[in-house]
Design a protein around this ligand. Structure first.
Ligand SMILES: [Cu+2]
Length: 141
């Protein structure tokens, strides 16, 4: 049985890491999502992992996009603060201006998490992330 004190230590270690740099957690896999006019690449991401991962979204288009997802708004998802021009996060998701990048540290329960852009006329912009409990080779095509 794990003591409460141990859990607190783990939580504080995690927080310390979080406040320092991302280099602190070199084993955390990075998932890159390219937000374009008017699609999200890749369409599907399959993560075989129970631990945290990092999701990095970049608006590579010329239009602003507003990506909503329950993964982005989950209590165990935190956006990294960057200096300067930070993307705007709200209760639905993230607004990304052209060229903006948002990095999230994600530790969500297994499930299928959908992403879509809710700006009128941007219907083709969707993607999904499947978080699987089984550890194993990643990237199902
Ligand atoms: Cu859009």
């Amino acid at each position: 049985m794990i003591s409460r004190q141990h859990w607190l230590g783990v939580a504080m270690a995690g927080l310390g890491c979080w406040l320092l740099t991302e280099a602190c957690q070199p084993d955390v896999p990075h998932i890159y999502m390219s937000v374009q006019d008017y699609r999200i690449v890749p369409r599907r991401v399959h993560i075989h992992r129970t631990g945290p991962f990092k999701l990095i979204m970049t608006n590579e288009g010329r239009e602003p996009h507003y990506i909503v997802s329950t993964l982005l708004t989950h209590p165990n998802t935190a956006m990294e603060q960057s200096s300067g021009n930070s993307p705007q996060v709200d209760k639905r998701g993230v607004r990304l201006l052209p060229g903006q990048r948002a990095a999230f540290l994600v530790h969500v329960p297994p499930g299928l998490y959908r992403f879509r852009c809710v700006i009128p006329g941007h219907r083709g912009m969707w993607s999904m992330v499947l978080v699987d409990t089984r550890e194993g080779p990643s990237a199902k095509r």
